[in-house]
Design a protein around this ligand. Structure first.
Ligand code: ITT
Length: 201
């Protein structure tokens, strides 16, 4: 059993990562370590934020640490909400408030070619003992639905329709999302590399 610490307090991410990696991995996230203080995500990119989360946590806990920084980039909003996806409608915003703001912003722009083109990005970093070991990325392209649909998943899933599908991530089975998502791609790249990492690296 490979043990991994996930540098997140977002249980939805941990659940998906566990489903993608399967039962050979035993994951533990920061909800098990309330003593670890909130990490200030002041990076300017997914890469910077993923790196600072993994490094900060790997200084406090021993073992392999992975961090996932992810978000939704909407073409017509010049890539927003991007790294601000979790707090688009404010610091303690709910998923519904974030979705409402996004649909509101798109509504204000009005009809425009490619207006609803969007993608989810995930940058995953791997660290140990305060050192970054590797970085992986995943992207899934799609469009923004007119209205939220479906109840599965989390975050912006009810308004994201992956390319080639007629349903939102929140309508599609979790197994399907976890096969094609940005997170699935990044995690698979990580898992493929993991066997090459020696215990002492
Ligand atoms: P941690 O920093 O503790 O990991 P967080 O939720 O704040 O948790 P991020 O800063 O990476 O994490 O923000 C990610 C946000 O992007 C997340 O809260 C969702 O709003 C959105 N997001 C990322 N992946 C998503 C997915 O698979 N489906 C829907 N929304 C997603």
């Amino acid at each position: 059993m490979q043990q991994l610490i996930v540098a997140t307090r977002n249980r939805n991410k941990t659940r998906e990562i566990q489903q993608i990696l399967g039962p050979k991995f035993e994951l533990r996230d920061l909800t098990a370590y309330p003593e670890i203080s909130e990490i200030v995500e002041n990076g300017k990119s997914f890469e910077e934020n993923a790196k600072l989360k993994a490094i900060a946590v790997s200084k406090e806990l021993s073992g392999l640490v992975i961090a996932d920084d992810s978000g939704l980039e909407v073409a017509a909003l010049n890539g927003a909400p991007g790294i601000y996806s979790a707090r688009y409608a404010g610091d303690k915003a709910t998923d519904k408030e974030n979705i409402d703001r996004l649909l509101g912003e798109l509504g204000r722009i009005g009809p425009q070619r490619d207006q609803r083109r969007a993608r989810f990005r995930c940058v995953l970093t791997l660290a140990r003992n305060g050192q970054m070991l590797d970085m992986f990325e995943g992207v899934v392209e799609g469009t923004i639905a007119d209205q939220p649909r479906g109840s599965r998943g989390f975050g912006y899933d009810p308004i994201f329709v992956p390319k080639g599908f007629g349903h939102t991530f929140a309508e599609l089975p979790a197994e399907l999302k976890n096969r094609i998502s940005h997170r699935a791609q990044a995690i698979r790249a990580f898992a493929a590399k993991l066997t090459a990492i020696k215990p002492s690296d």
